[in-house]
Design a protein around this ligand. Structure first.
Ligand SMILES: [Zn+2]
Ligand SMILES: [Zn+2]
Length: 144
């Protein structure tokens, strides 16, 4: 994991982004947890370490990471975007309808769906998102 952080720091350096202790902590948190946190969750996890940090700081940094291609923003039609630091491998998401957690799972990339969209509706396809819904293992334990 530290290797991923180092690589990400290098990418930011190359795009002219200055590394600050807060920025480094947010980046490390994202790459270490891989839980697709919201900005709020990142804030709660780090506020003890950085009492002067605001949620706005988190958002600003997430935008910087996004622009550098280090994270993907997953929007769900509400205010709470989640941030995915796993940009290196194609993967799909299983979303818990109870707690909202997102888990990565692997499945062959549905290239055919993109080809069909291109053919059927003339789309210039830039990507796709596929999600599976249900109840995560942690929630299954608490509801039984
Ligand atoms: Zn859950
Ligand atoms: Zn993911």
């Amino acid at each position: 994991m530290t290797q991923r952080v180092e690589k990400a720091v290098e990418i930011l350096k190359n795009t002219g982004v200055r590394m600050t202790p807060q920025r480094h902590a947010i980046l490390t948190y994202l790459l270490d947890t891989m839980t697709h946190p919201t900005a709020d969750e990142i804030y709660k996890a780090l506020e003890g370490k950085f009492p002067n940090m605001s949620v706005a700081t988190i958002y600003n940094n997430l935008r910087v990471f996004k622009d550098a291609g280090l994270v993907r923003e997953l929007t769900y039609g509400d205010a709470s975007s989640r941030f995915d630091a796993n940009v290196e491998e194609d993967h799909y998401h299983a979303i818990c309808m109870n707690c909202g957690s997102i888990s990565d799972f692997h499945f062959p990339y549905l290239k055919d769906a993109e080809t069909s969209a291109a053919k059927d509706v003339g789309f210039q396809v830039t990507g796709h998102r596929m999600e599976v819904y249900g109840i995560c293992t942690a929630c299954q334990k608490t509801t039984h």
